[in-house]
Design a protein around this ligand. Structure first.
Ligand SMILES: *[C@@H]1O[C@H](CO)[C@@H](O)[C@H](O)[C@H]1NC(C)=O
Ligand SMILES: *[C@@H]1O[C@H](CO)[C@@H](O)[C@H](O)[C@H]1NC(C)=O
Ligand SMILES: *[C@@H]1O[C@H](CO)[C@@H](O)[C@H](O)[C@H]1NC(C)=O
Ligand SMILES: *[C@@H]1O[C@H](CO)[C@@H](O)[C@H](O)[C@H]1NC(C)=O
Length: 515
């Protein structure tokens, strides 16, 4: 018999008692090993004994004051199981004379432990805990599943032997199927749920094995922005544990064979529908079985907008449409501005000039904006137009004297820049082009240069003509010519002498008679 002393000096005392041939201090456990099914009730038995004579050699009889069961010690003191909250309402201990029983109901795996009995007497050192105690192992039955061609091979297992030669009972969806076989061969249907029990303990059944339930899918985070990390998680109630596989709708290959699929940096092209499959030996389910796909909608900042101008050549007076477009999710809001303009021109993707003016030329910008931010594209618009009425300047101004020089300059506002041609008006014929230059120089000026000049400005959109500029060349009188009329002069008749000379302005004449 092996004894454990609660206090140091106790062994000595014990030796004395034994030597005196008295009844010994002791606890006997029967049995010392118990294997119990989870959920069942267990009785642990012991009998205890102690010397009737006390150690002080007095006449006082030894009395048992308290008895209890324990598995743990605190500060070297055994803790009464009935005060342990882990056993609350599940334990009961009873003694009949020296015969004691601990009953534990609804045993749990955590109840697996060594249970010892202790009794305390009225003697100074008379406290005794019995070793080795009872080893309780709580087991649950498990169905082990393997496949043999088209059939399943189910084996009922427990971690310790509940009975000496256990015989098993098999159930499908709670209906008894088979008895007295430890290995059960079946062909499986979708709703099958197999469990086993030890015969004689039918109420404590194994956890059933069944194909996975419809998997549920979670996406984290719920708001998905391009570049962020996104985790898809597939889970399904299943026994044995399921193996998971992730797919993208229309995708050829599996994305992941784990319960989670992680996009470390999600792209907009990852938007789409996803589903997962949970599979064990009894079958498989996929999250799309009831038409439920997991939709991933990747949001992103608008791309740099692309801008188009229609028509491509912008001519004054025509209708012109500016169109801004950008790829974004969610869809962008567009705003058109003219540079330095205070107000938005348009809050639509298009802005239309019904009849564009040359003053509409300039820089424009289009902004595409969504909840993630905005991007802007600039464009330059150049409105084309025919030359305006050209203006002419003459240098020097004022009187033009024969022999001096004169410069005429033509200028017209036009886009693209105009080409210039100078003309002189003729009395009886069409004006002939003189020179195709911006400036027209007369040097030296001759009297024959007098006349009306004008210029014409032209580009591919039209032509326009300036008003006429008059050049009036001043010159000295020529040698005068004298004429007499009539040619035959008769006394008494009238005679006219005429003096004439070419001059600009007209000359003043003076007649003299020479001596
Ligand atoms: C002790 O009690 C148990 C159950 O109450 C009984 O089976 C056993 O025979 C008893 N043993 C003794 C020695 O009285
Ligand atoms: C399986 O169970 C589901 C729901 O209980 C039922 O709708 C379905 O018909 C069952 N399938 C078979 C093949 O028994
Ligand atoms: C677009 O034009 C508006 C109006 O001139 C201006 O306020 C805004 O800053 C411009 N945006 C960019 C990005 O140039
Ligand atoms: C000439 O210019 C004027 C404005 O300066 C303009 O109104 C007119 O249409 C132009 N003529 C042609 C033929 O382009």
């Amino acid at each position: 018999m092996s004894l454990t002393a609660a206090a140091g000096g106790f062994l000595l005392l014990l030796t004395v008692s034994v030597a005196r041939g008295e009844e010994d201090w002791g606890v006997t456990y029967t049995p010392t090993q118990i294997c119990a099914l989870k959920g069942s009730a267990v009785d642990i038995h012991c009998t205890y004994s102690y010397p009737r004579m006390n150690d002080e050699h007095t006449d006082e009889h030894t009395e048992v004051l308290t008895t209890f069961w324990f598995t743990k010690e605190r500060n070297d003191e055994p803790v009464d199981l009935e005060t342990d909250s882990g056993y609350a309402g599940r334990v009961e201990s009873q003694c009949e004379r020296n015969n004691c029983t601990l009953t534990i109901r609804d045993v749990r795996r955590s109840d697996s432990a060594v249970y010892k009995f202790r009794f305390e007497t009225n003697q100074r050192r008379g406290k005794f805990s019995g070793s080795p105690g009872v080893t309780l192992t709580v087991t649950d039955l498990q169905v082990k599943v393997s496949r043999s061609s088209a059939r399943l091979v189910l084996t009922c297992r427990s971690s310790c032997d509940v009975a000496d030669h256990p015989s098993y009972v098999w159930y499908n969806n709670g209906q008894k199927m088979e008895e007295d076989v430890s290995t059960y061969r079946v062909s499986v249907n979708v709703n099958d749920s197999f469990s086993c029990a030890v015969k004689g303990h039918e109420e404590y059944r194994s956890t059933p094995v069944y194909r996975p339930n419809l998997p549920s899918v979670s996406v984290s985070p719920s708001e998905i922005v391009e570049g962020s990390s996104v985790t898809l998680t597939c889970s399904s109630d299943s026994n044995p544990a399921a193996k998971y596989t992730w797919y993208k709708k229309y995708g050829r290959r599996a994305l992941s064979e784990k319960t989670q699929f992680v996009f470390t940096s999600i792209k907009s092209s990852d938007s789409g529908q996803y589903y997962c499959t949970a599979e064990n030996e009894l079958g498989s389910r996929t999250s799309k079985d009831e038409g439920h796909f997991t939709f991933i909608n990747v949001k992103y900042l608008p791309n740099l907008p692309s801008v188009s101008v229609s028509p491509s050549e912008i001519v004054e007076g025509s209708s012109v449409t500016l169109t801004c477009s950008s790829d974004s999710n969610p869809a962008a809001k567009y705003t058109w501005y003219k540079k330095y303009g205070r107000r938005a021109l348009s809050e639509k993707t298009q802005f239309v000039f019904k009849s564009i003016k040359s003053s509409d030329s300039g820089q424009y910008n289009c902004t595409a904006e969504n909840e993630l931010g905005k991007t802007t594209r600039l464009i330059f618009i150049s409105v084309k137009y025919a030359p305006r009425v050209p203006s002419v300047s003459m240098y020097p101004m004022g009187e033009i004297n024969e022999g001096s020089s004169v410069t005429l300059t033509c200028w017209s506002d036009a886009n693209p820049a105009a080409k210039y041609t100078w003309y002189k008006r003729n009395l009886n014929s069409e004006p002939q082009p003189l020179r195709e230059t911006l400036t027209f120089v007369l040097r030296p000026v001759q009297s024959s240069n007098s006349g009306e000049y004008f210029c014409e400005a032209e580009n591919k959109f039209g032509r326009n003509t300036s008003e006429s500029t008059v050049i009036d060349v001043k010159y000295r009188p020529n040698l005068p010519s004298v004429s007499v009329s009539p040619s035959e002069i008769v006394e008494g008749s009238s005679v006219t002498l005429t003096c004439s000379s070419d001059a600009n302005p007209a000359a003043k004449y003076t007649w003299y008679k020479s001596d």
